[in-house]
Design a protein around this ligand. Structure first.
Ligand code: SF4
Length: 357
């Protein structure tokens, strides 16, 4: 039983936040606001912080966006990464603005002089650079040589790595993203044999909320089971807050992180006598603000429910018109169905209050 031991990666710091080695696998997302709109971007980052996002990345497509970074950074409390394509000038501005990290492929910003300039300022401020190789934007020569293969992803990453290492820069993180799960897994496996920089993992362009969550869970879990991965982003065509939710659900399911409730809800069956789907969704919503790890059960019948969910910290079991509120399998209250949700929330909140007092 259990996973392979976690790969021994180097530890880097991103604005004081540790990534790699023994640090917990961190969860990040990317804003989808216009970075030039500081108020909207800050508001989105603050929503992300509330749901547990630990690192945030913003797109920096032009100078106005780059010049907005200091203002954004001053109003948020998690590390800020500037995502830059092709422009060493934007990278220099972003560093000057005080970002904590860059996502930048050094091979795409032109001459060695430009790489040197960016590396010099990153070194001075100990700012890590993430090399992000994406299956969709591989160099033509590499594709000609290796085809669209995991090997092409790895070789591309290594080319970028070499450019940084040539400048004696090693504050590096690497992602190898493909929308193909087996190819992603193979690429990270191959890269793990070559470098010990921390890995940023995820399945890119995974899709809409449910499909993307499934594909991400499949891919990320396979990687984590092999000990590959130090920080992760779930990419969804959905609000970024959903990415954080899915990321934590994956990590919680694997026992790698704890945060908020774990919902245990029965699949319903012919014995179900309450509107359980709706009730479970309402419980999830009503307890979304809880940060303490708690197992909450929502079961469809009073006969089997409490017993089947014995390991839950708190739970409700619905019956015909009446239901039970229980704790670790023991019945606390029998109540009309309409009062179950509020009673459960009250029990949980009382319990949380005893923890914090
Ligand atoms: S808890 Fe009750 S309603 Fe839910 S699946 Fe089990 S037997 Fe059916």
């Amino acid at each position: 039983m259990g996973f392979k031991e976690r790969r021994k990666s180097q530890e880097i710091e991103l604005g004081g936040f540790k990534i790699g080695a023994q640090a917990p696998i961190s969860v990040q997302s990317m804003t989808n606001t216009d970075t030039r709109d500081v108020a909207a971007t800050v508001a989105q980052v603050q929503r992300l912080e509330k749901v547990g996002c630990e690192i945030v990345r913003v797109a920096v497509p032009d100078e106005t966006a780059a010049l907005s970074l200091a203002a954004i950074k001053s109003k948020i409390s998690i590390p800020l990464i500037a995502d830059i394509h092709f422009s060493h000038r934007l990278a220099l501005i972003a560093v000057e603005q005080g970002v904590d990290g860059l996502r930048l492929n050094p091979g795409n910003i032109g001459s060695a002089v430009r790489v040197r300039e960016v590396v010099a300022v990153c070194k001075e401020r100990a700012i890590p650079i993430r090399i992000g190789v994406n299956g969709g934007s591989l160099d033509k020569e590499l594709v000609a040589k290796y085809g669209y293969t995991p090997k092409a992803l790895v070789e591309s990453a290594l080319e970028h790595v070499r450019l940084l290492e040539d400048e004696n820069f090693t504050l590096i993180k690497i992602s190898l993203k493909s929308s193909d799960v087996p190819a992603t897994l193979e690429a990270y496996r191959q890269l793990a044999a070559k470098v010990d920089y921390p890995f940023h993992i995820g399945i890119t362009e995974a899709g809409t909320k449910l499909r993307g969550a499934i594909k991400s869970a499949a891919g990320i879990s396979l990687l984590l089971a092999e000990g590959l991965g130090d920080t992760m982003r779930v990419s969804l065509t959905a609000p970024p807050e959903d990415e954080i939710f899915v990321a934590f659900e994956i990590l919680k399911s694997l026992g790698l992180r704890q945060r908020g409730i774990e919902l245990i809800s029965c699949p319903t069956c012919g014995r179900t006598e309450v509107q359980l789907i709706e009730l479970a969704a309402n419980v999830e919503k009503a307890l979304a603000h809880i940060q303490e790890p708690l197992k909450i059960a929502v079961m469809g019948c009073v006969v089997n429910g409490p017993g089947e969910a014995k390991h839950a910290d708190f739970g409700i079991a619905g019956g015909k018109g009446v239901g039970l509120v229980f704790r670790k399998g023991e019945v606390l209250k029998k109540l009309p169905e309409s009062e179950l949700l509020n009673a459960l929330v009250a029990e949980v909140e009382n319990y949380i209050a005893t923890l914090t007092n």
